[in-house]
Design a protein around this ligand. Structure first.
Ligand SMILES: Cc1cc2nc3c(=O)[nH]c(=O)nc-3n(C[C@H](O)[C@H](O)[C@H](O)COP(=O)(O)O)c2cc1C
Length: 184
């Protein structure tokens, strides 16, 4: 495969479909084999269960991680020239066939990912940016805060905001602004 997944966990925006395409950030785990752990209540998992298909979109826009973690994207965000659901914002993507390993007592299911096709449109040379990483961390915390209301997530948000303000650009600031609405 032309695309390599980092050993450990790579954050992507996963797209799946039912009647409508769906997008949500998920971690692709590379430890001996490729898999993801999906909350069984998520639309992503329910769609995978139905179609055994998931696309990992490589996306660099921080705002999209925030939007897709909490909101549904309308169909204008998806490519119309692909049979699989693919984001217009993706500069590369991998289509996977899925094999579900589900234990009834657990909240998440292990979904084994078998690459079918990978596409690279362009290879942006992107420098490492702490604000982008801070947005990812803060977005994960925000999804947990919404679910659990544990104040520790609120406390950490202040640190991520400092990093975003110091190291980010307009898009990271916009993403954090949107995120703040979920920390209430
Ligand atoms: C960076 C990031 C990584 C995430 N990784 C996962 C994951 O691996 N598995 C999962 O079930 N949810 C993960 N989430 C949370 C889901 O994106 C979130 O629950 C989302 O609302 C699910 O949307 P859906 O119901 O449309 O599938 C992650 C969130 C973020 C911000």
């Amino acid at each position: 495969m032309e695309i390599e997944f980092h050993e450990g966990i790579s954050e992507v925006v996963a797209t799946t479909r039912n009647d409508q395409p769906n997008a949500a950030p998920v971690g692709i785990i590379n430890r001996d084999f490729l898999y993801t752990l999906l909350y069984k209540e998520s639309h992503t998992f329910l769609n995978v269960k139905k179609n055994l298909e998931l696309v990992a979109n490589f996306v660099l826009d921080p705002l999209l991680y925030v939007q897709t973690a909490f909101e549904d994207l309308d169909s204008s965000f998806f490519r119309s020239d692909e049979s699989a659901p693919v984001l217009k914002a993706a500069y590369a993507w991998v289509e996977f066939k899925c094999l579900i390993l589900e234990k009834p007592t657990q909240k998440s299911a292990l979904v084994k990912l078998l690459p079918v096709r990978s596409v690279v449109l362009q290879r942006p040379i992107v420098s490492i940016n702490r604000a982008f990483c801070a947005i990812l961390e803060a977005t994960i915390d925000a999804t947990r805060y919404v679910a659990l209301k544990d104040p520790k997530y609120l406390e950490r948000a202040a640190h991520y905001e400092t990093v975003v303000r110091k190291c980010g650009g307009k898009r990271e600031l916009e993403a954090f602004q949107l995120l703040k609405g979920y920390f209430v």
